[in-house]
Design a protein around this ligand. Structure first.
Ligand code: BT5
Length: 327
């Protein structure tokens, strides 16, 4: 058994026994590995920050877990119906979205979650980079297989923004705003980005990859110099360290609840939830769209996620893509 798999399995045994001592003999038998291997893996877990007490006649007991992202810890009592049913953790990868595409193409079930401690080529929209330093933030991609037409796929971007905004509010008590179409901001500074991609044909979606990056503990010096917009992290905003594990779990729960609502009730409740975090409703904005610069009052979003602007002429314009600035 590989080291991460064994680590996971040992943690599962500890969880099942809820803080009790478990003998080395029992762990070795349950996992089918030698007592020496158990001892070695306990040592590795301790190096990763797990508090594991050992008592000569009683065995081992888990006393503390670090902020390490370990699938068993993420899944423990997660109680979601779909999201997180399988969790793949990678210490380093180019992009979790790229990995999720591989799983999608190979036929993996929806709800699969990919997480990385670090991305070496994290992707934003239009080929832009997403800064993804080691161990401080959440970089995750979720594989979904909604049976919807490709043109409705943008609706899921709004769903992910709401989940991120709710998770931030739940865990930190901050009041994030969502920006059309996909960013999550705190006081106008970008704290999370979303990159949803689909593999589809005209009649339907084969799968969707929902990519979410949230700046949790990133420090000022870890942000690239040439950012398009001001950025921040939850630690910078709250002054305290944010548990990656706690944030990931809350995010997957929110996503799961919203995804179920979406499948049962459609986009309407998602759009309503999104609007509550949307600071520009009723505001005058400017947007570059299809080689034109438009100014208008934001009246909401359409069923396909297009931004609805009321122009001075009284006409309504549907903006499908573009960068919106408040005036
Ligand atoms: C996004 O693109 O905001 C989508 C970012 C999605 C990242 C996640 S991480 C997990 C998954 N795997 C991936 O490979 N991607 C997804 P966009 O709106 O195009 O914004 C990109 C721009 O944000 C860049 O051009 C920078 O200016 C800025 N930026 C880069 N890294 C940032 C960071 N960590 N925090 C805030 N802004 C950043």
């Amino acid at each position: 058994m590989s080291t991460p798999g064994t680590r996971d399995a040992i943690l599962r045994v500890f969880r099942q026994r809820k803080g009790e001592f478990v003998s080395g003999e029992e762990i070795s038998q349950t996992l089918g590995i030698s007592r020496t291997a158990v001892w070695k893996h306990i040592g590795l877990l301790r190096e990763q920050g797990y508090g594991i007490e050992s008592a000569a006649s009683r065995g081992y007991r888990l006393t503390q877990t670090p902020d390490t992202l370990i699938p068993a810890e993420i899944q423990a009592n997660l109680e979601t119906s779909c999201i997180g049913r399988e969790v793949v953790l990678l210490e380093e990868t180019d992009s979790t979205n790229r990995v999720a595409h591989e799983y999608g193409k190979a036929g993996a079930e929806e709800g699969l979650v990919i997480i990385a401690d670090q991305q070496t080529a994290g992707k934003g929209r239009l080929g832009r980079p997403w800064a993804s330093p080691y161990g401080v933030n959440l970089y995750t991609s979720i594989l979904l297989r909604p049976s919807i037409l490709p043109r409705w796929a943008t609706q899921l971007t709004f769903l992910s923004s709401v989940a991120v905004a709710r998770a931030i509010n739940d865990l930190c008590g901050l009041n994030p705003q969502v920006k059309w179409p996909n960013d999550v901001l705190i006081d106008g500074k970008k704290v999370a980005g979303i990159l949803n991609e689909i593999d589809a044909e005209m009649e339907g979606i084969h799968y969707m990859v929902m990519g979410i990056g949230v700046n949790l503990n990133m420090t000022k010096s870890q942000f690239p110099d040439n950012l398009r917009y001001p950025a921040t992290s939850l630690a910078l905003e709250t002054g305290r360290e944010i548990s990656r594990l706690a944030f990931a779990r809350i995010l997957y729960r929110e996503l799961d609840a919203l995804y179920n609502t979406y499948l049962q009730e459609g986009f309407k409740p998602i759009a309503a939830a999104w609007s509550r975090f949307f600071a520009w409703q009723g505001k005058v904005v400017e947007v570059d769209f299809q080689d034109r610069r438009l100014q208008g009052t934001v009246t909401g979003i359409d069923t396909d996620g297009a931004l609805l602007l009321r122009l001075d002429s009284g006409a309504t314009e549907r903006v499908l893509a573009g960068d919106v600035r408040p005036l």
